[in-house]
Design a protein around this ligand. Structure first.
Ligand code: ADP
Ligand code: ASP
Ligand code: MG
Length: 405
């Protein structure tokens, strides 16, 4: 008898038929005597729709109220999944994130899990129930409902698997596993049998939304091995685990594209110590995640000044602009330019550590495609470039072709 945590994403619970399929799959594991904890997302499109509704009322709604609103999506699916299990004669109980003992900090819309006390989960499992937990949500110590950032049901599943010391953690989605690139964009992309935590983490943070990046970080920290697989068939998926020596033989594991980025440039920032510190401290205080940062000295006449560019997630652009506008007098920059018309293309692979010429090959491929590079950033196992949004998919296909065929 094994304890299995299974997470089903939005498409996998997208309509009553799909929810019945989930129930049938759970039943097949119960029939073998396994205990099953199911984590579900909101039905596909529901979270986006709720966000749209709120923004029709006000462009920057209160983050506390957004959490209150968004948590309803998952609450619908836990009940429907429990009903589907009852309909085929299985005992099942649904639990909200709070009932499952998921305690978070108070950073609304992207709360971090502080601890999990899954007392009720254990009780219901011991009583012979399938336990269905609402993904993406938790509660602060003070009882405020929070959410864990977009795609956060992945994190709920991995964190529960760690807390329950589950034997198996399966992430069911609408593709067969983790591919060398988003199979919707790159038709020649291949499914990977396995991938290291670090590579998965980079791919996920750089736009491959098949896994929420924070969930991968959590899995690495607590050593949760998990499998990404399809809820639509029985094909084996991709195992995500600690790096093995043979993984270094492959130079590039995958390519990812993030179309959800925006670039902010502060033009004419006085070139003196402290300017960058004021700007990024204010953004951090507003809990805005800044990704790439580039600073250029402008060689105009007069006092030396720099242009400072950084990227943020598109949904945070409005909030970032508000913070920057508030710093105009303190920092003394000339103007702010925001550009939503960009994307970030990245290649990832642990093999990059021991192979040279990777960046040159990527830039050469982009040059051939007439793609202008706006920003570059690298780490030991990734190279990212910012380019014009309209060229992103074409550039992704060309780079995939160059490195992965
Ligand atoms: P779920 O609702 O199950 O959480 P998501 O939509 O969040 O599913 O993630 C699955 C999607 O991720 C796929 O449909 C696919 O288009 C996209 N995707 C992006 N990059 C990759 C990749 N490298 N491998 C597999 N899927 C990817
Ligand atoms: N429903 C949430 C979202 O759409 C969480 C998830 O699907 O994982 O972001
Ligand atoms: Mg997802």
């Amino acid at each position: 008898m094994a304890l299995i945590v299974q997470k089903y994403g939005g498409t996998s619970v997208g309509n009553p038929e799909r929810i019945k399929n989930v129930a049938a799959r759970v039943a097949s594991y119960r029939a073998k005597g396994d205990q099953v904890v199911v984590v579900v997302s909101a039905m596909s499109g529901v979270t986006d729709n709720l966000i749209k509704l709120a923004k029709e009322i006000m462009p920057l709604p209160s983050e506390r109220e957004m959490d209150m609103l968004l948590a309803t999506g998952e609450q619908t699916t836990i009940a429907l999944t429990a009903i589907a299990l009852h309909s085929i004669g299985l005992q099942a109980t649904s639990l909200t994130g709070a009932q499952a003992g998921i305690v978070t900090d108070g950073v609304h819309t992207k709360a971090k899990i502080q601890n999990i006390t899954p007392k009720q989960v254990h009780q219901h499992l011991d009583a012979g129930n399938v336990v269905i937990v609402a993904g993406f949500q938790g509660q602060t110590q003070e009882g405020q409902i929070t959410t864990l950032g977009r795609g956060g049901s992945d994190l709920t599943a991995i964190a529960l698997a760690a807390a329950l010391k589950a034997d198996l953690c399966q992430i069911y989605t609408d593709v067969d596993g983790v591919y060398t690139a988003d199979p919707r964009i790159v038709k020649t992309a291949r499914k990977l049998d396995e991938i290291s935590y670090d590579e998965m983490l980079e791919l996920a943070s750089l736009g491959a939304k098949v896994m929420q990046s924070r969930s991968v970080e959590f899995a690495k920290k607590f050593g949760v091995i998990f499998e990404v697989r399809s809820s639509l068939n029985d094909n084996p998926g991709t195992i995500v685990k600690e790096e093995t020596t043979s993984m270094e033989d492959v130079v590039i594991r995958g390519v990812s594209l993030d179309k959800n980025q925006a670039k902010v440039t502060l033009v004419g920032v006085p070139d003196k110590p402290g300017s960058a510190s004021v700007i990024f401290k204010a953004l951090a205080d507003a809990t805005i995640n800044v990704d790439m940062i580039v600073q250029n000295i402008s060689h105009g006449s007069g006092t030396p000044a720099t242009d400072l560019s950084f990227t943020v997630d598109k949904p945070e652009l409005l909030k970032a602009r508000k913070v920057i506008d508030g710093l105009k007098n303190e920092v003394g920059y000339r103007e702010v330019v925001a550009d939503e018309n960009i994307c970030k293309l990245s290649i990832v692979g642990v093999g990059m550590r021991s192979h040279s010429g990777v960046a040159a090959k990527m830039f050469e491929t982009l040059a051939k495609e007439q793609v202008n590079i706006l920003m570059i950033s690298t780490s030991e196992i990734k190279i990212s470039v910012v380019a014009e949004l309209g060229k992103g998919e074409q550039a992704m296909r060309a780079v995939h072709q160059a490195f992965l065929g």
